[in-house]
Design a protein around this ligand. Structure first.
Ligand code: HEM
Length: 587
């Protein structure tokens, strides 16, 4: 046929030439493409992993509902004790879960580029701290990390308390019914972020924090879908899909809130107001005068908040969510409490912009979006898992409650920083929750250089996506004796001392560790202790019933279903307690 075409010039149309050449050209391109990736294929061939189909690899395993994808990946990698590779079409994914390998990756200043999967966050988070890299990431990290210093966090304690009491009051409406506590935790964590790191009133939003949190959850569903679908990865195909329109609608909600936050804060700034606009004012009788100075232009501006000189407490030995030996840029000067005035997150960004620092309005918005996302969804998941586990393990809850009763002696007073230091058993339960159900179950990097593993002789090639599977690392049977048993004693000091530092990294570690680590631990301790001072939690399900779903943040597909029973004369439910005028009553 081909020869006939060549003999008869009238049969040679441009289309026939095109088709005639298409196959050889495609073959040549494929050979070139394979050759250019020879290094990747050679090293990948030596890595252990489940057998996949030709060309597509394990692609079919990641189609389907998020919970089944998660369990399939966990099951398939379980045969491989240190490292496991999977091909998703042309993409090489390597999972590591040996602490020695995790240390090499996370402690490095070289392997700090996020995986290409994070690019789907761009329309939402822009070049915020989570996804940026290079000089921009370094300079912004240096600017932002100190805004989560313990000194600043201590000034949030009243707001953590007030918002926790607010949750306790709202939970009353559930009576003894079974409900999804994640809804309450999401709303509370958004509102707490607004009032603390952002420094505006929670009333800045038209509706509740839940509307924003719901939009974030739906955005995560879309992003997770794009991670799994080869077609939706393509920008072109994605823009033609129904998800693109939905993404636009969700981003309107999400960005709507961040724009408002910045607008209000800038207005307050012009008036010379610094610190949180959400401070509460009280009469002598303990009546609330105003919950917020937000939008108040009558000159009643709040003066710059002064960090309280509480009893100076040595925080050495306090984990704040990681092994004691792991230090990062959040660990500077913790014992120097009260010495240096530091600003909260958005105050500092605005002040820096005003003083001519290299941060533009767009960059401020990107960072606000990033902190709003990273700061609420993770802690909402962490607190919901904690409450579920308390409901399941009643004898462990008994011990937490005993500890709280010992600290508070039945009083309804606010929780202080000192109290949080005394919540040793609650802290162990929280850490054990983060071990078994790490809110960020996967941390992925794109390798620009080969990475030689420490656990085996394998080398992960540049170009691969390397993933610290925290959920597997934290349940590594070579590290934890009974990895699938909820046992807070895993965090007894002597057990921790005998464990590799990188065997527990719910907040990641090294230069790209979580900047909100201490914020999260302090807030969670106040929120969860306030709930357990007022309620006992029950669960009709067990851990075996959990259908885990890893759509960016780890969740339970069936919802975090618990029941509550009031356990004390709940004074904290009756009315808000004064915070910044009269001293809280002690009994
Ligand atoms: C239980 C709560 C939290 C957990 C488990 C958690 C976990 C993590 C993890 C694993 C990372 C590394 C992600 C990666 O490399 O892909 C991270 C990064 C980050 N987290 Fe958190 N986080 C929590 C709470 C928070 C809070 C409360 C904030 C802010 C208020 C926050 C802000 C950030 C930011 C900005 C980054 C990016 C840091 C960088 O790349 O330099 N996180 N977090």
């Amino acid at each position: 046929m081909a020869l006939e075409v060549l003999k008869d010039p009238q049969m040679i149309s441009p289309a026939s030439v095109f088709y005639f050449l298409l196959l050889p050209l495609l073959s040549l391109w494929y050979i070139y493409w394979r050759m250019s990736r020879r290094h990747l294929y050679e090293l990948a061939d030596r890595l252990p992993g489940p057998k996949g189909l030709p060309i597509v690899g394990q692609l079919f395993d990641v189609l389907g509902p998020a919970s089944s994808v998660f369990s399939t990946v966990i099951r398939k990698s379980s045969e491989f004790p240190h490292v496991c590779k999977m091909w998703l079409g042309p993409k090489l994914l390597v999972f590591i879960y040996d602490p020695k390998d995790v240390e090499i990756l996370l402690s490095s200043q070289v392997y700090i580029d996020k995986a290409s999967e994070y690019k789907f966050f761009k329309p939402w988070l822009g070049d915020g701290l989570l996804i940026s890299t290079g000089h921009k990431w370094r300079s912004h990290r240096k600017l932002i990390a100190p805004t989560f210093h313990l000194n600043v966090l201590k000034s949030f304690i009243d707001l953590f308390n007030e918002n926790s009491r607010n949750v306790v009051r709202k939970l009353q409406s559930e009576g003894g019914k079974t409900f999804d506590c994640h809804d309450y935790m999401s709303e509370a964590t958004v509102e707490i972020l607004l009032e603390t790191a952002m420094g505006v009133s929670k009333k800045t939003q038209d509706k509740s924090g839940y509307e924003y949190a719901l939009a974030v959850m739906k955005m995560c569903d879309i992003l997770h879908l794009r991670h799994r679908s080869l077609f939706l990865r393509s920008e072109f195909i994605f823009t033609l899909s129904k998800y693109y329109k939905e993404q636009g609608r969700l981003l309107d909600i999400i960005h709507g809130l961040t724009k408002k936050v910045i607008k209000y804060k800038k207005e307050a700034f012009k008036m010379g107001t610094r610190g949180s606009l959400a401070k509460y004012e009280w009469t002598e009788n303990g009546e609330l005068i105003t919950e917020s100075l937000n939008g108040n232009s009558n000159g009643n501006a709040q003066k710059e908040e002064k960090v309280k000189d509480e009893k100076v407490t040595t925080v050495e030995g306090l984990s704040f969510g990681q092994a004691e030996g792991l230090k990062d840029d959040l660990d500077v000067d913790d014992n120097n409490v009260g010495e240096k005035k530091r600003l909260a997150f958005l105050d500092l960004l605005l002040e820096s912009a005003q003083n001519g620092a290299t941060i533009t309005d767009t960059e401020i918005k990107e960072q606000v979006d990033t902190i709003m996302f990273e700061g609420h969804d993770t802690t909402a998941a962490g607190s919901s898992f904690f409450l579920s586990l308390m409901g399941i393990h009643q004898h462990i809850q008994d011990r937490v409650i005993d500890e709280l009763d010992e600290i508070f002696q039945g009083s309804d007073r606010h929780c202080t920083f000192q109290d949080t230091l005394e919540m040793k058993y609650l802290e162990r339960c929280l850490m054990e929750t983060l071990r078994m159900y790490p809110p960020v179950p996967l941390i992925a990097r794109e390798l620009q250089e080969d990475l030689k593993l420490a656990s085996t002789d394998h080398v992960i090639p540049r170009g691969a996506t390397i993933t610290v599977a925290t959920i597997k690392l934290h349940r590594n049977p070579l590290v934890y004796k009974n990895p699938n048993v909820f046992d807070p004693d895993n965090f007894l000091p002597e057990r921790q001392a005998n464990r590799h530092y990188y065997a527990f990294v719910p907040f990641s570690a090294g230069p790209r560790s979580c900047v909100g680590r201490k914020y999260a631990m302090l807030k969670l301790k106040i929120l969860l202790s306030t709930i357990l001072r007022n309620y006992r939690v029950y669960s009709d399900l067990t851990e075996e019933d959990f259908r885990l779903q890893a759509d960016i943040i780890l969740k339970r597909e069936e919802g975090f279903r618990v029941r509550l029973k009031p356990r004390k004369p709940q004074a904290s439910m009756k009315s808000p307690t004064p915070t910044n005028t009269a001293a809280p009553t002690m009994s």
